[in-house]
Design a protein around this ligand. Structure first.
Ligand code: SF4
Ligand code: SF4
Length: 185
């Protein structure tokens, strides 16, 4: 079945998840190091407050990361949801009727790859609303496949240690369960 966004859906630009657990807080949209400055410039251009935190770090010693492999664009709500670039104020809608992305032509690679999470076999994120009716997809995912491949290439590393950054951002009721800072994976 071909992939196409569900009419009126904006779920992937709004809902953020705890990953890999509540301890790490909610994650944001993956932003590669070579995308970070561009996304910050776009935020400034649109007068948007965008918080970009580290996501994955690498190191040769197990004391602290010495290089950032990926950053993350956090949601603007106190609970970590809602991408700051999602235009929920205007009456404009995307071709499938969802809220529009203010930086759609310049959006991060991660947004271009979504909802594809694996390419062989093509696997969609089960949280994508399309998956409620179909989890197997075999068409209309060429651009997503290329973007996912590009992310994988850019995130390849031979570093000895991998680190994950705990954001400390999430639902207020989960505050006591969340941590902040780097943890060895
Ligand atoms: S990719 Fe999935 S979750 Fe995102 S807008 Fe399309 S149908 Fe909705
Ligand atoms: S940058 Fe655009 S496409 Fe990506 S999550 Fe934000 S609003 Fe959605």
């Amino acid at each position: 079945m071909d992939f196409s966004c569900v009419e009126g859906c904006s779920k992937c630009c709004i809902e953020r998840e705890y990953y890999p657990s509540i301890k790490f807080g909610k994650i944001g949209v993956l932003v590669l190091p070579d995308e970070k400055q561009r996304i910050e410039n776009l935020a400034e251009k649109h007068s948007i407050q965008a918080t970009i935190l580290p996501r994955i770090g690498v190191s040769e010693k197990n004391d602290k990361p010495d290089k950032i492999l990926a950053y993350q664009l956090m949601g603007k709500d106190p609970n970590g949801n809602t991408c700051p670039f999602l235009d929920m104020e205007s009456n404009d809608r995307s071709p499938h009727g969802g809220y529009k992305c203010k930086i759609y032509p310049d959006r991060p690679l991660a947004c271009r790859a979504y909802p594809l999470v694996e390419s062989s076999p093509p696997t969609l994120d089960p949280k994508c609303k399309f998956c409620e009716k179909c989890s197997a997809v075999d068409g209309n995912i060429h651009a997503e496949t290329e973007s996912l491949a590009e992310i994988k290439i850019k995130m390849e590393t031979s570093a000895k240690y991998l680190w994950r950054y705990a954001t400390g951002i999430g639902d207020p009721s989960d505050k006591d369960k969340m941590e902040t800072g780097w943890f060895l994976i």
